[in-house]
Design a protein around this ligand. Structure first.
Ligand code: HPA
Length: 246
């Protein structure tokens, strides 16, 4: 079977315009139900799977997403590659609102999430390598697609994954910056490591929707997030259309 790309849409991307849907799969997994039916269809002539991470309509908060079911279901439908779209806050200097980022590293600050498929009755203990959490070839594919449509994208940056659903305090962001984080979001983990455990290629395309806590003027408002999100997702969609053609 040839490679199949799956797109996990985040906040602001619960549907994928241009996707001609041929089937909506209600997959049941050993870990329960995914966030939504997995849509199978064609995007610009290529077989693509699409999953709305927070459900459709958007209703599942980051700490309650069944990441294990989501990734398992995609693999069960023969996905080989996963592009994850995420909204993030910008921490370091260059990470201004509305910019797009293809992160290269992760620091995990989440807790209490089901973060492995390797539990229960196991025949052996498995420790996956996670030195380089994103698949470089898929990162490069995203960067190339962005270049083709003339969308500037920041290549690299460390994604700090927080528990949410609340946003961070300014002190927490200060600490994360000292740790080396460039952007902050709530869904990067355990999604990324589960893809690794399931041997799926995985990369993320993140839209910066606000300056992280303490990095902008005043407090973070939902209005600014939504405005930046709408703008960013339009550009994300253009990149995704090109990415499937690679
Ligand atoms: N923090 C955490 N997650 C986020 C943010 C943020 O500032 N913006 C969008 N997702």
């Amino acid at each position: 079977m040839s490679d199949t790309l799956a797109i996990i849409g985040g906040t602001g991307l619960t549907q994928l315009p241009g996707l001609t849907i041929s089937k909506a799969h209600d997959v049941q997994t050993p870990f329960g139900s995914p966030s939504a039916p997995i849509l199978e269809g064609e995007l610009d002539g290529h077989r693509v799977l699409f999953l709305a991470r927070h459900g459709h309509p958007h209703r599942i908060p980051p700490h309650q997403v069944n990441y294990r079911a989501n990734l398992w279901a995609l693999q069960n439908l023969y996905a080989t590659d996963v592009i994850a779209v995420t909204a993030v806050g910008g921490i370091t200097h260059n990470m201004a609102a509305r910019k797009l980022v293809v992160p290269i590293q992760i620091i995990d600050y989440t807790y209490g999430r089901d973060n492995t498929i390797f539990e229960g009755e196991l025949s052996q203990v498995t420790h996956v390598d996670f030195s380089y959490p994103y698949t470089e070839s898929l990162r490069q594919l995203l960067l190339k697609a962005a270049k083709q449509v003339d969308e500037p994208v920041i290549n690299g940056g460390v994604y700090g994954a927080t528990q949410g659903p609340r946003l961070e305090t300014a002190a927490e962001i200060f600490r994360m910056e000292q740790d080396g984080c460039d952007v902050v979001g709530m869904t990067g983990m355990p999604e990324t490591v589960l893809a690794r455990e399931l041997k799926l290629r995985y990369a993320a395309l993140s839209v910066i929707v606000n300056p992280a806590a303490g990095k902008g003027e005043g407090v973070i408002t939902i209005k600014e997030i939504e405005e930046n999100l709408d703008d960013g997702m339009e550009r994300v969609k253009r990149i995704l259309h090109t990415a499937v053609d690679q």
